[in-house]
Design a protein around this ligand. Structure first.
Ligand SMILES: Nc1ncnc2c1ncn2[C@@H]1O[C@H](COP(=O)(O)OP(=O)(O)O)[C@@H](O)[C@H]1O
Ligand SMILES: [Mg+2]
Length: 163
């Protein structure tokens, strides 16, 4: 599976940016605050529907706008796939696969697989058990999307026990 194109519309600091990945490897180079991490965050969102640095979708949408979108084309063994995630400042999301809106966001997971490594990952060994669990949850959700559903149920039960 290869990420071939990425189209960022009103996502973070990007107004309308199409990116094509033509080489086997890509290195992003840029000044501070130009949007390197934002681009990686877009890929992370397509892979996991989560961002490790945004708490609310409002932060992901270009300032002053209501709606943003991340689109991508993947090359896969079988056939190419189009993915789109629409983010709204009110928090409602829409996900689509090959231009078809999915009723369950769960079906979006596991299509694009990504691994992220940063210096913060040292927290995996040095940090709290909570951080390790969170990391494992993200990994398992990609390998086995139904895990996202089980996790959601588990968290609901956990919350109810505390109430
Ligand atoms: N929702 C947003 N709307 C507009 N700009 C944003 C938004 N979120 C972040 N930014 C801008 O994105 C820039 C940071 O981009 P980032 O990808 O973290 O930079 P870097 O290239 O250093 O990794 C900052 O200038 C920040 O103001
Ligand atoms: Mg950065």
């Amino acid at each position: 599976m290869y990420l071939k194109t990425l189209h960022l519309k009103q996502f973070r600091n990007y107004h309308d940016q199409q990116v094509e990945f033509v080489a086997p490897k890509t290195i992003l180079v840029g000044d501070n605050a130009q949007g390197k991490s934002n681009l990686l965050e877009a890929v992370e969102l397509l892979a996991t529907l989560r961002s490790h640095r945004a708490l609310r979708d409002r932060d992901l949408v270009l300032d002053g706008e209501q709606v943003g979108q991340i689109q991508a084309t993947l090359e896969r063994h079988e056939s190419p796939v189009d993915l789109a995630l629409t983010l709204r400042s009110n928090g409602r999301r829409t996900v689509s696969l090959n231009s078809e809106t999915l009723r369950r966001q769960l079906d979006f997971l596991g299509v694009l697989n990504a691994v992220q490594f940063s210096s913060l990952d040292l927290e995996l060994v040095r940090g709290s058990p909570g951080e390790r669990r969170n990391w494992l949850d993200t990994l398992l959700t990609q390998l086995e999307p139904v895990y996202a559903y089980i996790l959601q149920q588990y968290n609901t039960v956990l919350r109810q026990r505390k109430d």
